[in-house]
Design a binder for this molecule. Structure first.
Ligand code: AMP
Length: 216
Protein backbone atom coordinates (compact mmCIF):
# COMPACT_ATOMS: atom_id res chain seq x y z
CA UNK A 1 0.00 0.00 0.00
CA UNK A 2 1.45 3.32 -1.07
CA UNK A 3 -0.25 6.43 0.30
CA UNK A 4 0.77 9.65 -1.39
CA UNK A 5 -0.16 13.28 -0.75
CA UNK A 6 0.40 15.85 -3.48
CA UNK A 7 0.95 19.42 -2.25
CA UNK A 8 1.59 22.41 -4.46
CA UNK A 9 0.12 25.67 -5.69
CA UNK A 10 -3.00 25.61 -7.84
CA UNK A 11 -1.92 25.20 -11.44
CA UNK A 12 1.13 23.10 -10.57
CA UNK A 13 -0.38 20.03 -12.24
CA UNK A 14 -1.29 18.01 -9.15
CA UNK A 15 -4.61 16.86 -10.56
CA UNK A 16 -3.25 15.91 -13.98
CA UNK A 17 -0.36 13.96 -12.50
CA UNK A 18 -2.44 12.35 -9.77
CA UNK A 19 -4.99 11.09 -12.29
CA UNK A 20 -2.32 9.64 -14.59
CA UNK A 21 -0.53 7.93 -11.75
CA UNK A 22 -3.77 6.52 -10.38
CA UNK A 23 -4.75 5.18 -13.83
CA UNK A 24 -1.39 3.54 -14.40
CA UNK A 25 -1.14 1.84 -11.03
CA UNK A 26 -4.74 1.31 -9.98
CA UNK A 27 -4.49 3.72 -7.06
CA UNK A 28 -7.52 5.43 -5.63
CA UNK A 29 -7.45 9.11 -6.62
CA UNK A 30 -9.11 11.42 -4.11
CA UNK A 31 -9.55 15.09 -4.99
CA UNK A 32 -11.85 17.24 -2.86
CA UNK A 33 -11.89 19.84 -5.68
CA UNK A 34 -13.34 17.27 -8.13
CA UNK A 35 -15.81 15.97 -5.54
CA UNK A 36 -16.93 19.50 -4.70
CA UNK A 37 -17.38 20.50 -8.35
CA UNK A 38 -19.52 17.42 -8.84
CA UNK A 39 -21.57 18.34 -5.75
CA UNK A 40 -22.08 21.88 -7.12
CA UNK A 41 -23.15 20.45 -10.48
CA UNK A 42 -25.60 18.05 -8.78
CA UNK A 43 -26.95 20.85 -6.58
CA UNK A 44 -26.48 18.86 -3.35
CA UNK A 45 -26.45 20.50 0.10
CA UNK A 46 -22.65 20.19 0.15
CA UNK A 47 -22.42 21.85 -3.27
CA UNK A 48 -24.63 24.73 -2.19
CA UNK A 49 -22.52 25.29 0.88
CA UNK A 50 -19.19 25.07 -0.97
CA UNK A 51 -19.94 27.14 -4.07
CA UNK A 52 -19.29 30.66 -2.77
CA UNK A 53 -16.01 29.65 -1.17
CA UNK A 54 -14.83 28.02 -4.38
CA UNK A 55 -15.90 30.87 -6.64
CA UNK A 56 -13.94 33.36 -4.57
CA UNK A 57 -10.87 31.12 -4.27
CA UNK A 58 -11.20 30.60 -0.52
CA UNK A 59 -10.94 27.26 1.25
CA UNK A 60 -14.13 25.39 2.08
CA UNK A 61 -14.43 24.89 5.90
CA UNK A 62 -12.30 22.07 7.29
CA UNK A 63 -15.18 20.09 8.80
CA UNK A 64 -16.95 19.68 5.45
CA UNK A 65 -13.78 18.58 3.70
CA UNK A 66 -12.68 16.20 6.43
CA UNK A 67 -16.10 14.53 6.45
CA UNK A 68 -16.10 14.24 2.64
CA UNK A 69 -12.66 12.66 2.43
CA UNK A 70 -12.98 10.33 5.41
CA UNK A 71 -16.25 9.04 4.01
CA UNK A 72 -14.64 8.25 0.63
CA UNK A 73 -11.63 6.70 2.23
CA UNK A 74 -13.69 4.35 4.38
CA UNK A 75 -15.64 3.22 1.31
CA UNK A 76 -12.50 2.67 -0.76
CA UNK A 77 -12.17 -1.11 -0.48
CA UNK A 78 -8.96 -2.88 -1.43
CA UNK A 79 -6.63 -0.69 -3.49
CA UNK A 80 -2.84 -0.89 -3.91
CA UNK A 81 -2.48 2.76 -2.97
CA UNK A 82 -4.12 6.10 -2.53
CA UNK A 83 -3.22 9.43 -4.00
CA UNK A 84 -4.57 12.52 -2.31
CA UNK A 85 -4.63 15.57 -4.53
CA UNK A 86 -5.64 18.86 -2.91
CA UNK A 87 -6.04 17.31 0.53
CA UNK A 88 -4.86 18.17 3.12
CA UNK A 89 -4.70 21.95 2.63
CA UNK A 90 -4.58 23.06 6.27
CA UNK A 91 -2.82 21.84 9.37
CA UNK A 92 -6.16 20.72 10.82
CA UNK A 93 -6.82 18.61 7.74
CA UNK A 94 -3.31 17.11 7.98
CA UNK A 95 -3.94 16.07 11.57
CA UNK A 96 -7.32 14.65 10.61
CA UNK A 97 -5.67 12.65 7.83
CA UNK A 98 -3.18 11.15 10.29
CA UNK A 99 -6.13 10.07 12.40
CA UNK A 100 -8.09 8.62 9.44
CA UNK A 101 -5.11 6.57 8.32
CA UNK A 102 -4.43 5.37 11.85
CA UNK A 103 -8.03 4.15 12.12
CA UNK A 104 -7.55 2.22 8.88
CA UNK A 105 -4.27 0.75 10.15
CA UNK A 106 -2.32 2.64 7.49
CA UNK A 107 0.14 5.47 7.23
CA UNK A 108 1.25 8.18 4.89
CA UNK A 109 4.31 7.18 2.88
CA UNK A 110 5.29 10.28 0.96
CA UNK A 111 4.33 13.92 0.43
CA UNK A 112 5.20 15.16 -3.04
CA UNK A 113 5.72 18.90 -3.13
CA UNK A 114 5.15 20.14 -6.67
CA UNK A 115 7.00 23.40 -7.40
CA UNK A 116 6.06 25.88 -10.08
CA UNK A 117 6.87 29.60 -10.39
CA UNK A 118 3.82 31.76 -9.70
CA UNK A 119 3.61 33.34 -13.15
CA UNK A 120 3.63 29.91 -14.80
CA UNK A 121 0.87 28.77 -12.47
CA UNK A 122 -1.27 31.79 -13.43
CA UNK A 123 -0.70 31.10 -17.12
CA UNK A 124 -1.69 27.46 -16.72
CA UNK A 125 -4.81 28.28 -14.69
CA UNK A 126 -6.17 31.09 -16.86
CA UNK A 127 -5.66 29.09 -20.09
CA UNK A 128 -7.21 25.89 -18.74
CA UNK A 129 -10.45 24.62 -20.28
CA UNK A 130 -12.39 21.59 -19.06
CA UNK A 131 -14.91 19.35 -20.81
CA UNK A 132 -18.30 19.70 -19.17
CA UNK A 133 -19.20 16.16 -20.22
CA UNK A 134 -16.15 13.97 -19.51
CA UNK A 135 -13.89 16.24 -17.43
CA UNK A 136 -10.90 16.10 -19.86
CA UNK A 137 -8.50 19.03 -19.49
CA UNK A 138 -7.19 21.31 -22.24
CA UNK A 139 -5.10 24.47 -22.40
CA UNK A 140 -5.55 27.26 -24.90
CA UNK A 141 -1.78 27.46 -25.55
CA UNK A 142 -0.24 24.20 -24.40
CA UNK A 143 -2.91 21.66 -25.31
CA UNK A 144 -5.55 23.26 -27.53
CA UNK A 145 -8.51 21.16 -28.64
CA UNK A 146 -8.73 20.42 -32.37
CA UNK A 147 -11.95 22.42 -32.66
CA UNK A 148 -12.34 25.51 -30.48
CA UNK A 149 -14.43 24.83 -27.35
CA UNK A 150 -15.13 21.20 -28.29
CA UNK A 151 -13.66 18.17 -26.48
CA UNK A 152 -11.48 15.95 -28.70
CA UNK A 153 -12.36 12.89 -26.62
CA UNK A 154 -16.15 13.06 -26.42
CA UNK A 155 -17.34 16.10 -28.40
CA UNK A 156 -18.67 17.76 -25.23
CA UNK A 157 -18.52 21.53 -24.68
CA UNK A 158 -15.44 23.03 -23.01
CA UNK A 159 -15.75 25.65 -20.29
CA UNK A 160 -13.50 27.69 -18.07
CA UNK A 161 -13.70 26.85 -14.35
CA UNK A 162 -15.29 29.78 -12.50
CA UNK A 163 -12.22 29.99 -10.24
CA UNK A 164 -9.71 30.11 -13.12
CA UNK A 165 -10.20 33.83 -13.90
CA UNK A 166 -6.96 35.74 -13.34
CA UNK A 167 -8.28 37.49 -10.24
CA UNK A 168 -9.45 34.29 -8.53
CA UNK A 169 -6.37 32.35 -9.66
CA UNK A 170 -4.20 34.95 -7.88
CA UNK A 171 -6.42 34.79 -4.78
CA UNK A 172 -6.03 31.00 -4.72
CA UNK A 173 -2.25 31.32 -4.96
CA UNK A 174 -2.29 33.67 -1.97
CA UNK A 175 -4.44 31.27 0.03
CA UNK A 176 -1.96 28.54 -0.85
CA UNK A 177 0.98 30.56 0.49
CA UNK A 178 -0.83 31.43 3.70
CA UNK A 179 -2.78 28.30 4.59
CA UNK A 180 -1.26 25.34 2.77
CA UNK A 181 2.47 26.07 2.52
CA UNK A 182 2.88 25.72 6.32
CA UNK A 183 1.99 22.05 5.85
CA UNK A 184 5.32 21.52 4.17
CA UNK A 185 7.20 22.10 7.44
CA UNK A 186 4.75 19.80 9.24
CA UNK A 187 5.59 17.02 6.81
CA UNK A 188 9.31 17.84 6.48
CA UNK A 189 9.64 17.44 10.24
CA UNK A 190 8.33 13.89 9.74
CA UNK A 191 10.84 13.31 6.92
CA UNK A 192 8.07 12.69 4.37
CA UNK A 193 8.53 15.41 1.73
CA UNK A 194 10.02 14.96 -1.74
CA UNK A 195 10.41 17.83 -4.23
CA UNK A 196 8.99 17.54 -7.72
CA UNK A 197 9.85 20.14 -10.36
CA UNK A 198 6.48 20.92 -11.97
CA UNK A 199 7.92 22.68 -15.03
CA UNK A 200 7.83 21.13 -18.48
CA UNK A 201 5.36 18.98 -20.35
CA UNK A 202 2.81 16.68 -18.72
CA UNK A 203 4.84 13.67 -19.91
CA UNK A 204 8.14 15.03 -18.57
CA UNK A 205 6.65 15.68 -15.14
CA UNK A 206 4.95 12.26 -15.12
CA UNK A 207 8.30 10.54 -15.74
CA UNK A 208 9.99 12.62 -13.07
CA UNK A 209 7.23 11.70 -10.60
CA UNK A 210 7.49 7.97 -11.27
CA UNK A 211 11.27 8.08 -10.83
CA UNK A 212 10.88 10.01 -7.60
CA UNK A 213 8.48 7.37 -6.26
CA UNK A 214 10.74 4.53 -7.42
CA UNK A 215 8.06 3.28 -9.83
CA UNK A 216 10.27 3.27 -12.92
P1 AMP B 1 -8.83 22.39 -6.69
O1 AMP B 1 -9.65 21.68 -7.71
O2 AMP B 1 -7.96 21.48 -5.88
O3 AMP B 1 -8.07 23.55 -7.25
O4 AMP B 1 -9.88 23.01 -5.62
C1 AMP B 1 -10.84 23.94 -6.02
C2 AMP B 1 -11.46 24.62 -4.81
O5 AMP B 1 -12.13 23.66 -3.98
C3 AMP B 1 -10.49 25.31 -3.85
O6 AMP B 1 -10.12 26.62 -4.29
C4 AMP B 1 -11.29 25.33 -2.55
O7 AMP B 1 -12.31 26.33 -2.58
C5 AMP B 1 -11.96 23.97 -2.60
N1 AMP B 1 -11.10 22.94 -1.99
C6 AMP B 1 -10.49 21.90 -2.63
N2 AMP B 1 -9.77 21.16 -1.76
C7 AMP B 1 -9.93 21.74 -0.54
C8 AMP B 1 -9.45 21.46 0.76
N3 AMP B 1 -8.64 20.42 1.00
N4 AMP B 1 -9.81 22.28 1.77
C9 AMP B 1 -10.65 23.33 1.56
N5 AMP B 1 -11.13 23.66 0.37
C10 AMP B 1 -10.79 22.88 -0.69
Amino acid sequence: MLNIVMVGPPGAGKGTQAKMLADRHGYLHLSPGDLLRQAVKDGTALGLEAKDYMDSGRLVPDDLIIELISDRMRKAGAVPGMILDGFPRTLRQAEALDEMLRELGQRLDVVVEVDLPEEEAVLRLTGRRVCRQCGANYHLLFKPPQRPDVCDACGGPLYQRSDDSEETARARLQVYGKETEPLISYYSAKGLTRDLDGRGSVQEVAERLERLLGLR
